[in-house]
Design a protein around this ligand. Structure first.
Ligand SMILES: [Zn+2]
Length: 504
């Protein structure tokens, strides 16, 4: 698997315990930054589970939260806030400098952060960048309200620029036209624009566990940091196209003109400074949370019925990831009773494991499928889409009960999870009954050695050491791959017997 090279930035992990210097640096950076990229992580909540059962929701005992015992949070508790700051550098040189912070909201007193964050979110001369940040803001607001009292949320971020819009601008999409319906993941955007592969492995890891692993910290930090790099591309393009020329009426706005002066005097350069403000004036938007945004969806199902098929959907999607049946193969809704899955590219290993226990598990036909392609295949073939990409869940309203987000990280745990969630009944004779290479089925009758040798001609070499043993062969009816009972086979059977709870 490809991994991003070591990231080109140092990360400040800001925790509450003993390193208040980290908080001080963070606050100074927030105050001085020209552009701030934001991202947040939280632990997805199980539907219907009381908030108190969520360790993240308990908050920090040192915050005023426990004294006033406020109502439990209505949304998942944000446990990590990532902030990448870019400022002008008085020391000249490139003129730009960045600091990247991963702020542990489980240990930093939220009371220390609230006012500086709120000021940052509303400061007109600092551009905020995010990737579909509205949902993050809803959760962040709820997290702060729960800890500090109901007036301690956030209700706006302005000026704001969504990286999705930057992406479409850079791709030459006409601003006057509607944006394409399918949304690109941040990983896709980073890969296309920066040529950087973000590891997706940790995307769905438990962000409420402490200590965070080095991998988690780096992953979280990159999600914010690369937003700055993408913004740089955008800024360069705008400058190149001369769209931030002096014709923009910067002086008509008091804020803007003062910023230009400030920028140039601090060495930021009149061009990039004015260009930034020109971008803010021309391209930025704002996120405003209304009362309805602060209300969680009580029932996804009810909500779904109310939404007409072609209705626009708000982007503050409940990240509840519980699957609600019945599956498309359920006989009660006309299915044939045979479970069928489509495993997203991140969990192709799970597809192989499912095939090992005889379950039909397809993988996407393309290496980099768009969400639309995944959903089309899911629909057409009556499958359930298994994914680790929480962002795909927002298509759940399109795909009915056909999208499930796998929570486990390891293949064996994932297999056990899927067996458990979908109540799959697996018998011993199902084990190794499907081609792990292509998901095809085997011909019913095991082949003799002679038949196997014949079948393998010009296609696959059967080790001669197998010739004197009394082995059974199977052939895949789709890709013709031959399988035989080797040591690996027996070991695998033993492993799967226990994963599938089959007693022999
Ligand atoms: Zn095959």
């Amino acid at each position: 698997m490809d991994h991003a090279p070591a990231p080109p930035f140092a990360v400040h992990l800001v925790t509450g315990g003993g390193s208040s210097s980290g908080i001080a640096l963070l606050l100074r950076s927030l105050a001085a930054a020209r552009v701030v990229a934001l991202d947040a992580e939280w632990k997805p909540r199980r539907r219907g589970s009381p908030a108190a059962a969520d360790p993240a929701a308990l908050g920090d005992d040192t915050t005023p939260a426990s004294e006033t015992s406020p109502a439990p949070p209505k949304f998942p508790t944000v446990t990590l806030l990532q902030v990448a700051c870019r400022f002008s550098d008085g020391g000249g040189g490139e003129g730009e400098r960045s600091e990247v912070f991963v702020v542990d909201l489980l240990s930093v007193p939220l009371a220390d952060l609230w006012a500086p964050l709120r000021e940052l979110f509303e400061r007109p001369e600092t551009l905020k960048l995010g990737f579909r940040f509205k949902q993050d803001l809803v959760y962040l607001s709820s997290t702060f309200s729960a800890a500090l009292g109901c007036d301690s949320g956030f209700d706006r971020v302005e000026p704001f620029l969504d990286v999705t819009n930057i992406y479409y601008y850079l791709k030459g999409h006409d601003r006057q036209k509607k944006l394409p319906k399918e949304t690109k993941s941040l990983a896709t955007i980073c890969e296309e624009l920066l040529g950087i592969l973000l590891s997706k492995e940790l995307q769905c890891s438990d962000w409420s566990c402490r200590p965070l692993s080095e991998g988690q910290i780096q992953y979280a930090a990159s999600d914010a940091y690369y937003l700055l790099d993408i913004f740089d591309l955008f800024q360069k393009r705008i400058t190149m196209e001369g769209k931030c020329s002096s014709t923009t009426e910067l002086t008509s706005d008091r804020h803007c003109s003062s910023v230009v002066i400030e920028c140039s005097s601090s060495g930021y350069g009149i061009c990039s400074g004015s260009c930034l403000m020109s971008i803010v004036t021309k391209y930025s938007e704002k996120i405003i949370l209304t009362e309805s945004d602060a209300k969680p969806r009580t029932s996804r199902r009810k909500e779904k019925l109310k939404i007409p098929a072609n209705a626009k959907r708000k982007d503050n999607v409940d990240c509840s990831s519980e699957w609600q049946g019945p599956p498309p193969w359920d006989p009660s809704i006309g299915g044939d009773g045979y479970p069928k899955f489509l495993c997203d590219v991140m969990i192709e290993g799970l597809a192989k494991h499912l095939r090992c226990v005889g379950i039909d598990a397809a993988i996407p036909s393309s290496k980099k499928p768009e969400p639309r392609d995944l959903l089309n295949q899911t629909y057409k073939e009556g499958r359930i889409l298994l994914t680790r990409d929480a962002k795909l869940l927002k298509y759940q309203y399109l795909a009915g009960n056909q999208v499930y987000r796998v929570k486990s990280l390891l293949k064996h745990d994932q297999l056990a999870e899927v067996i458990n969630i979908f109540q799959l009944k697996i018998s011993e004779d199902q084990l190794m009954s499907r081609c792990t290479k292509c998901n095809g089925s085997f011909i019913q009758k095991p082949l003799t050695l002679e038949e196997a040798v014949e079948a393998s001609k010009g296609f696959q070499i059967i080790p001669t050491c197998l010739f004197n043993r009394n082995l059974e062969f199977w052939k895949c009816t789709d890709c013709n791959q031959l399988y035989w009972e080797g040591t690996q086979y027996h070991n695998a059977v033993q492993r799967f017997l226990s994963v599938c709870n089959i007693s022999d």
